[in-house]
Design a protein around this ligand. Structure first.
Ligand code: AMP
Length: 419
């Protein structure tokens, strides 16, 4: 019997796995330059953290969580997103009592029981950045600029940035009531009617054409912003404009998590079909209090690493052939030569030269095939006669040129050649 990866999951294998690591590095490079520090939180948390933090009425909490009891009967959940855990960690370790904002980034697996399709998985990778404890439009703008830089550094061009403001605890309830009034007058199914009462903003996000067709005259949050939210939003927008980051106002942008206030944004890519969001985030001024903490106005984002990779593929930005895994590949013939080669490759690695060798007692032909397949630039060949002469053959696999090198000098010579 053989096993398959669970539905909605997949394996990253070389060489794509190496490329996706590079994508992840590129996405976080700008935030590291901006003073964000790395945090790593557990992959599972107390279920209530997400129920309260993400919101009971969201699809994530009501339908998509991987929740299980542990052996002591605690209810745990595989994390569906990173922000609630970051806020929990900041509060638990009192980071918010030091210098503010607390700036952190994270990277890792997220789990959501979603309807699997291309670009939408049950296990996926995000990188995220959060700035906690400060209410400053420059921080919202900084994070948006840093995400835009990450995408741009990968060469992505078919990216649009959508921004909106969801208001705060003063103006949001007024807007919510106006929206509910409007939605109650529409022809909608029972589930959607129920959603009007729990989370009316999510109805705006309903992708079904029959729903969208009725939403034309829906009240927009931009028209209900209080003066403070309006001024805040204008400042974020003008900082973005001054930074040369192109964006579009999207008054319908709501997003699937309950904790957002004021600034929300999403990056969408033109080559991905229906699962077009490659990243998004916003301000979540009330989340800390929802988790029992003090007021801690904060802003953050999460970028989808898998989707960013698909976007790069769509734009033809991934190199055709993967670069070689090692620079030198050892081919040894006979037991004594193999033992010597084992130590030579170790020495090469210590000297900073990446090296591999043929294993499994292959003959010359098989071992040379291995050298070719490895993508290495040089083969280091050691036969019994070479060994007796304390020498080895260094073969340049691109030109087929071969030179004899004394064993005592092999590491230095190869080090010089690969630099
Ligand atoms: P969210 O945490 O829902 O705001 O998502 C942030 C980003 O994570 C999205 O813009 C996507 O790029 C990515 N993402 C969210 N859900 C999935 C999923 N099921 N599969 C792959 N990527 C996802």
């Amino acid at each position: 019997m053989t096993f398959q990866a669970p539905k909605g999951t997949f394996d990253w294998l070389p060489p794509r796995s190496e490329q996706v690591l590079a994508v992840r590095e590129a996405l976080v490079a700008p935030v590291r330059l901006a003073g964000y520090g790395y945090v790593e939180t557990p992959v599972f948390e107390d279920t209530q953290l997400f129920a309260r933090g993400v919101g009971e009425s969201t699809d994530i909490v009501s339908k998509e969580m991987y929740t299980f009891p542990d052996k002591a009967g605690r209810s745990l959940t595989l994390r569906p997103e990173g922000t609630a855990s970051v806020v929990r960690a900041v509060l638990q370790h009192n980071l918010h009592t030091g210098q503010l904002p607390v700036k952190v980034w994270y990277s890792g697996s997220q789990f959501r029981y979603e309807r699997a399709q291309k670009g939408r998985y049950r296990h996926f990778w995000q990188v995220g950045a959060e700035a906690l404890g400060s209410e400053d439009p420059a921080l919202d703008a900084e994070l948006i600029v840093l995400a835009a830089q990450g995408f741009a550094s990968l060469g992505l061009t078919d990216v649009r940035l959508l921004v909106n403001s969801l208001g705060d605890k003063t103006c949001r309830p007024v807007y919510r009531a106006a929206l509910q009034d409007f939605l109650r007058g529409l022809d909608l199914d029972d589930d959607t009617r129920a959603r009007i009462e729990i989370n009316p903003l999510r109805v705006l996000d309903d992708k079904r054409p029959e729903v969208q067709a009725q939403l034309d005259g829906a009240p927009l949050v931009v028209d209900h912003l209080c003066a403070a939210c309006k001024a805040y939003h204008e400042e974020v927008r003008s900082l973005l404009t001054a930074s040369g980051v192109a964006f579009e106002d999207d008054p319908r942008l709501v997003r699937g998590l309950d904790y957002y206030t004021r600034t929300t944004f999403e990056f969408v890519h033109g080559g991905l079909g229906s699962q077009s969001a490659i990243g998004g985030g916003g301000r979540y001024d009330g989340l800390s209090e929802m988790l029992g903490g003090p007021p801690l106005p904060s802003v953050g984002w999460a970028l989808g690493v898998d989707r960013t990779f698909l976007a790069m593929e769509a734009e033809g930005l991934l190199p055709e052939a993967a670069p070689g895994r090692v620079q030198v590949y050892g081919v040894a013939l006979g037991d004594d030569a193999r033992r010597r080669m084992f130590h030579l490759v170790a020495e090469l690695r210590r000297a900073g030269v990446s090296a591999d060798m043929a294993f499994g007692g292959k003959g010359l032909k098989g071992a040379m095939k291995g050298a070719d397949r490895s993508g290495a630039r040089f083969a280091l060949i050691l036969g019994e006669r070479d060994l007796a002469a304390e020498a080895a053959q260094v073969k340049d696999l691109t030109t087929a040129e071969q030179t004899e090198v004394p064993l005592a000098r092999v590491v230095d010579v190869l080090k010089g050649k690969v630099q």
